[in-house]
Ligand binder design. Structure first.
Ligand code: TYD
Length: 392
């Protein structure tokens, strides 16, 4: 049984950046539910992948040094620990991970053809298809078996999880390894980062829920790693139960203990979270309004999907935030989805006349603070809403 604990109001598709502002932007009610049985947290309305992941998808994983470094480190670890003959990445984006591997030993799956084109051009075989059983069957006919499947920040975007794992089960070799990586529900609740919820993020995983989902396909988590990426993520190392080569690490047991201690298995925890979310909204509106009434110039730094949730939930528009700045080519000169706030191309002088910069990309706080030393030295300040709205 599922029960609603949070309502973030009407939200546009968080990556639908339009060149012309319209107040008729298509919006969907974003309600969040907890499933008592599977412990899975999900959004109510599941928008078809074909509407969200198009040939104009702007998000580029190689836009940040933090992500590039994280993928480089992981690629070294994969080679050392598992040394796969053939590996596949579901949701390879612009190749931030696969470009660290030998072209003959890696295949990408990326439904957004604008992104698949980038890696295909570089010589990395990339299928511009959605991940589902027919594709897995086609790949099995062609490649026989894959001994490592990796997917970061993708499986939580696909509504039919059974199809996802059935397809993985079909293609992965007997002793094959599955590694998935997604934002951590525990970190989201601890940081009060309600902006992890948007129409693309259908699920927010925990060890408790992943364990339940994969059980039915004969898979189990044998190791995990807590990561700083995306505001706190978990990398799950998964194998078939029949594979006795790897023991279940103590880290898995410890994480389950932590999740249970925090109450991820109880509805009351989510209810408490929803109260904190409402408080966060009021506090952020109060803080920004006070600064604005003192004629301060506020801009947004990082036109993230997360910021789209915040702007639309808190109803913040260009009377408060003058503009956003971002480095992603496909976001430049467009509008923040659902709000009349323009996005300008980042340059090192963009913060020159700015008093406050709201961190849309708060998950890159350290990288950004280092980059904007000049802004900070002349008295400029960043604002974050994580874990509570404040000037930093
Ligand atoms: P991310 O936090 O991964 O966002 P999402 O919520 O959309 O998943 O994306 C970071 C965004 O911030 C991306 O659009 C690039 C931008 N960015 C900058 O503009 N400058 C920077 O220095 C950094 C680190 C990110």
């Amino acid at each position: 049984m599922k029960k609603q604990f949070l309502d973030l109001g009407y939200q546009p598709l968080a990556n639908e950046f339009l060149s012309k502002y319209t107040n008729k932007h298509k919006k969907y009610r974003l309600k969040i539910f907890f499933d008592y049985k599977s412990k899975l947290v999900s959004i109510s309305k599941k928008i078809p992948s074909k509407e969200m992941f198009t040939n104009k998808y702007p998000y580029r994983s190689s836009m940040s040094k933090t992500m590039q470094l994280s993928f480089l480190k992981l690629s070294k670890e994969i080679l050392k620990r598992f040394n796969p003959i053939l590996m596949l990445e579901i949701g390879s984006n612009d190749g931030a991970l696969i470009s660290n591997f030998n072209k003959k030993k890696v295949i990408g799956i990326e439904p957004c053809s604008n992104l698949a084109k980038i890696t295909n051009k570089k010589g990395f075989k990339t299928y511009d298809n959605y991940w589902e059983i027919n594709l897995a069957k086609k790949l099995k006919r062609k490649y026989k078996e894959i001994d490592l499947i990796y997917s970061a920040n993708t499986l939580t975007h696909i509504s039919d999880l059974k199809n996802v794992f059935k397809s993985i089960n079909h293609l992965l070799s007997t002793n094959g390894i599955l590694i998935i990586e997604d934002p951590s529900l525990l970190e989201c609740l601890k940081k009060n980062s309600y902006d992890q919820f948007y129409n693309e993020h259908i699920y927010l995983f925990s060890v408790l829920s992943v364990k339940n989902i994969i059980k039915e396909f004969g898979f189990e988590i044998f190791d995990l790693k807590n990561l700083n990426t995306h505001g706190g993520s978990i990398r799950y190392y998964i194998k078939r139960k029949s594979n006795k080569k790897f023991k279940i690490s103590e880290r898995v047991k410890q994480q389950i203990k932590k999740e249970l201690k925090f109450g991820l298995d109880k509805f009351s925890t989510y209810h408490k979270f929803s109260i904190n979310v409402k408080k966060s909204k009021n506090k952020l509106i109060g803080l920004l309004s006070r600064l604005k009434s003192r004629n301060k110039k506020i801009i947004g730094y990082g036109a993230t999907a997360k910021a789209v949730t915040v702007l639309n939930y808190c109803n913040i528009d260009n009377s408060i935030i003058d503009f956003f700045t971002d480095t992603t080519p496909d976001k430049i000169n467009k509008y923040m989805p659902g709000k009349k706030i323009k996005i300008y191309k980042y340059n090192k002088n963009i913060l020159n006349k700015v008093d406050f910069a709201f961190l849309g990309a708060w998950n890159f706080k350290y990288e950004i603070k280092k980059k904007e030393k000049r802004f900070l030295d002349r008295g400029g300040k960043f604002i974050t809403h994580i874990p509570i709205p404040k000037i930093i």
